[in-house]
Design a protein around this ligand. Structure first.
Ligand code: GUN
Length: 292
């Protein structure tokens, strides 16, 4: 049977490490790190994710500032709020929860965030620093995936890592990290890839970040592969109080027995994204408030 890559447990270990660091700083008279979160509109899933981020801040002793705007807010007004956060010395880092309404340019908003406070690691400067000797703030989800593999001593050097999904938030930066930091040989698949199974079947490490439940079936996976499932799609489930459950992109029940390591959904990559956000906020705080 495979080893479960237990993101919930690793994230909890990371949170304990962060709490200890925050306590140490507070004992020296420093204020707590402060993360601001901007959320626009009333998308239920986005609010659930943001509530998770707030709970995580509380659990490690961070302060947080929640800013909720109606979906009708103009791009100009939102940019003004970002500018204010950029210059607010009491805010160490902030995120703008995605997706945004269609009339607002994600790229414009993201690029207006001061890179030192961009704790999602979305700005071009932070993204580009993945391939620099001087890495800045790393994109949170891929950083979480790398940290999860590292803490389970998963061998990556020289391995064939196949990533399905080449998004700006996950697949593309993860491909760069896998090459630069983990020395894997990377194949990056996307919606134009021909014969997806021919690629996934040759993966020593298969990362899937598409958002299509059941995309990866047992016949698409090599015996002994390491599987990281980044997918989190809400699917209807009348047996749940909420009326839905979260589903990954991998058909877990049939695929898991073939693998050496696999992430569950939920409880795999999701908690690691939040842990990375906290680590990035701690870094932003420490870099901007040095002990002297
Ligand atoms: N929407 C889905 N995932 C994320 C994330 O990691 N950060 C932000 N800001 N928005 C998201």
């Amino acid at each position: 049977m495979p080893t479960i890559l237990d993101g919930k447990k690793v994230a909890s270990d990371i949170k304990n490490e962060i709490s200890a660091r925050v306590e140490e700083r507070k004992s020296k008279g420093f204020r707590a790190p402060n993360l601001a979160i901007i959320i626009v509109g009333d998308d239920g899933a986005s609010h659930t994710y943001v509530n998770g981020k707030i709970a995580a801040c509380k659990s490690v002793g961070f302060d947080f500032t929640l800013m909720h705007f109606a979906s009708t807010i103009s791009e100009e007004k939102l940019l003004k709020h970002v500018e204010n956060l950029n210059s607010d010395e009491d805010i160490d880092g902030f995120i703008v929860q995605l997706p945004l309404p269609e009339h607002i340019s994600v790229e414009k908003i993201t690029e207006s965030i001061k890179p030192e406070k961009d704790v999602d690691g979305f700005t071009n400067q932070n993204f580009g620093s993945i391939v620099s000797k001087n890495q800045l703030i790393l994109p949170a989800t891929p950083f979480g995936v790398m940290e999860l593999l590292r803490r389970y001593d998963v061998e990556t050097e020289g391995k064939h890592c196949v990533i399905v999904g080449a998004s700006r938030l996950v697949g593309a930066p993860l491909g760069m990290m896998m090459t630069e930091s983990a020395h894997a040989t990377v194949t990056l698949c996307h919606k134009y890839t021909n014969d997806l199974a021919s690629h996934t079947k040759s993966a020593d490490i298969l990362v899937v970040a598409v958002g299509k439940p059941g995309l990866i079936s047992e016949d698409m996976v090599k015996e002994g592969a390491v599987i990281v499932d980044v997918g989190t799609t809400r699917v209807e489930d009348k047996t749940k109080k909420s009326g839905f459950r979260l589903s990954g992109d991998v058909d877990y029940d049939t695929v898991a027995p073939k693998t050496s390591f696999i992430t569950p959904v939920p409880g795999g990559v999701g908690p690691m994204t939040i842990a990375s956000l906290l680590l990035n906020t701690l870094k932003a705080y420490e870099d901007q408030n040095p002990e002297g």
